[in-house]
Each structure stands twice: as structure tokens, then as C-alpha cells.
Design a protein around this ligand. Structure first.
Ligand code: GCO
Ligand code: ZN
Length: 300
């Protein structure tokens, strides 16, 4: 199977990110970082519900088991009431770097919410260096710091047996693996499992893991999704998502059978959107011959 790409909706995201398939409602949650927007899109009726947060940016969103959402936005973890849009700060983080902000995040299989930060970027791929870190919002609502310094904290995933965690600091141009202790959330024994070729492959951004423990990475600047076998350290497949929307930012599996892949993207810089400019849109890849696992949610 090679993967069939379609554009499902021209969302015109400034910086679309963090797709999360909500299997309960069969809808897709994702963010537009620069617009501080949390979007929920229902593929069944093409309806979109959006919340615009009071924060300057939002890096990631996940559902909360007790109801509502949890976000990593600007400098805080916060709860969001999806009906009213009201937010409640849980904890602030990375305040030592005032120009930094939260970026990508995801829940681990035990229901902790992991999210990392990055320095301000005047242009994509060029942030203030070493201003980011990887944080974890524990289920007791405390926040712990795990990796620092980081340039652009991005993709996170865990193997099905919960013993390995994968992490990507984009400007390291690799995927790192860690031994993962699911009982206490500690990550140890960092090693590189795949090194990207910057020229041909672009900048590694968000990623997700499939039921076979292969990793699918959205590549920023090249409009590609790359499938990697992290055990063999090998690239298995490259899928061209778009020649126009080349800033592909993240991926997740979705759909009734979790066998469709959603891909978010960022807008190309142009004042007015011209015909055929699909950048900032949401894409779908089918016929992948792979399936995802149910996405984890925050259990605190
Ligand atoms: O989507 C993200 O994770 C960041 O917010 C982006 O800005 C990109 O990662 C970065 O620019 C890639 O080079
Ligand atoms: Zn990202």
C-alpha cells in the first residue's frame, strides 16, 4: 500500500498542529498555534467548532477524562471548558524564558500530559536556541521537567508495551528513544534511533506511532510524512502530502478503524490566499496498510 492523499478541508490554519483523534465522539481535535485556537472538526458532517483562547498561542490540546480539555498554551497548562471557553490555569512553566512558548504535547498511556516548549521563532525553523524543555503534567497536577535544554520540543510517542518513549527535538534532526517507566513516568537511557537528512527530508515535526510500533513523522518544509521502523533505524516509506503545503506539521491516526491518517499544516507566507494554495489545510491519507491505537487522554 502506498497511501492516498486527499485534502479534507482547506482550513487556512496559520500554524495547524497537534491533531488528536477523539474516538468517543469520532472527531478530530487540533490547534492553530498562532491563532490560539482549539478546533474540533467532525468529519461526518464537516462541522467545525472552534475556541479562541485568551493566551497568545496554544501548542497542544487533549481531552480530560473528567470532562473538558487540557491545553499547553503559551506558558501554562490549563483546563478548558469546551462549552463556555472558560480556562483555569493548572501550572505555569518555562517562565525563565519569557519569549518561549508551549509547543507539541501528548498524553502517555498512563494518562499524564507531556508537552514541551520552544524559543520564539521569527521564521520557521529558527527559534531562539536552548530555551525549550520537555515537561510533564502529572495526574496530581504537579509539573515535572524531564529534558532540557531543547530547541523545538516536538513529537512524542510510546510503544504499545509502554516500555519505550520516542521524542523529537526538531533541531537535533533525529528521533530519540528512552526507556520508559510507565509506573513513575521516568525516561532514561537516551539513544538516537533515526537520523534525518536535513536537505532531503526537512525538519522533523510532530509524529505518531502505529499498532506495529512504527513511527510516522510529519516533515516540515518538504510536505512529506516519513514512516520509520525505530528498532531497525530504517526508513520504510515516504509519502508526499503536498507540493504546496510543504510545512506539514503533525500526524495522527483517526477514523472508525483508526486506519486513516490526518495531517496538519502551516500556511505559506502570502498576504492573500491564492487559488490552489492549500497550505494551512488539513489532509487525510488512506490506504496506508497501517493502524493507530486509541489516543491517550489526561487522567488527572
Ligand atoms: O509546529 C511546530 O512544532 C512548531 O511550532 C513549528 O514552528 C515548527 O516545528 C518549526 O518551525 C519547524 O521547523
Ligand atoms: Zn510541531
Amino acid at each position: 500500500m502506498t497511501g492516498k492523499v486527499t485534502i479534507v478541508r482547506e482550513f487556512d490554519c496559520s500554524l495547524g498542529e497537534g491533531p488528536h483523534w477523539d474516538d468517543v465522539s469520532q472527531t478530530l481535535l487540533f490547534v492553530d498555534i498562532n491563532k490560539a485556537a482549539v478546533h474540533r472538526w467532525n468529519p461526518a458532517n464537516n462541522q467545525m467548532k472552534s475556541i479562541y483562547l485568551p493566551d497568545s498561542t496554544v501548542g497542544a490540546v487533549v481531552p480530560r477524562e473528567k470532562g473538558g480539555l487540557v491545553i499547553a498554551a503559551a506558558h501554562r497548562f490549563a483546563f478548558v471548558d469546551e462549552e463556555t471557553g472558560a480556562t483555569e490555569t493548572i501550572k505555569e512553566a518555562n517562565l525563565e524564558f519569557p519569549q518561549s512558548r508551549f509547543n507539541d504535547g501528548k498524553c502517555d498511556p498512563a494518562g499524564r500530559f507531556w508537552a514541551g516548549t520552544m524559543g520564539n521563532e521569527k521564521e520557521p525553523g529558527k527559534p531562539r536556541r536552548n530555551e525549550g524543555a520537555l515537561y510533564c503534567l502529572q495526574k496530581d497536577k504537579s509539573v515535572t521537567k524531564h529534558v532540557a535544554p531543547v530547541d523545538i520540543s516536538n513529537g512524542l510517542s510510546w510503544t504499545a508495551d509502554k516500555t519505550v518513549m520516542y521524542y523529537c527535538d526538531s533541531l537535533r534532526f533525529c528521533i530519540d528513544a528512552y526507556d520508559y517507566n510507565i509506573a513513575n513516568g521516568e525516561m532514561t537511557n537516551q539513544r538516537v534511533v533515526y537520523k534525518f537528512n536535513r536537505e532531503e527530508e526537512g525538519v522533523p515535526d510532530g509524529h505518531c506511532i502505529d499498532a506495529d510500533d512504527n513511527i510516522w513523522v510529519a516533515m516540515f518544509f518538504t510536505g512529506q510524512v516519513i514512516k520509520i521502523d525505530p528498532r531497525a533505524g530504517k526508513k520504510l516509506q515516504t509519502i508526499k502530502v503536498s507540493d504546496v503545503a510543504v510545512k506539514t506539521t503533525s500526524v495522527c491516526f483517526g477514523g472508525r478503524n483508526l486506519d486513516e491518517m490526518y495531517v496538519t499544516s502551516a500556511r505559506n507566507p502570502s498576504v492573500n490566499k491564492v487559488d490552489g494554495d492549500t497550505s494551512g489545510g488539513l489532509f487525510k491519507i488512506t490506504e496506508l496498510g497501517a493502524k493507530g491505537l486509541q489516543a491517550n487522554i489526561y487522567e488527572g
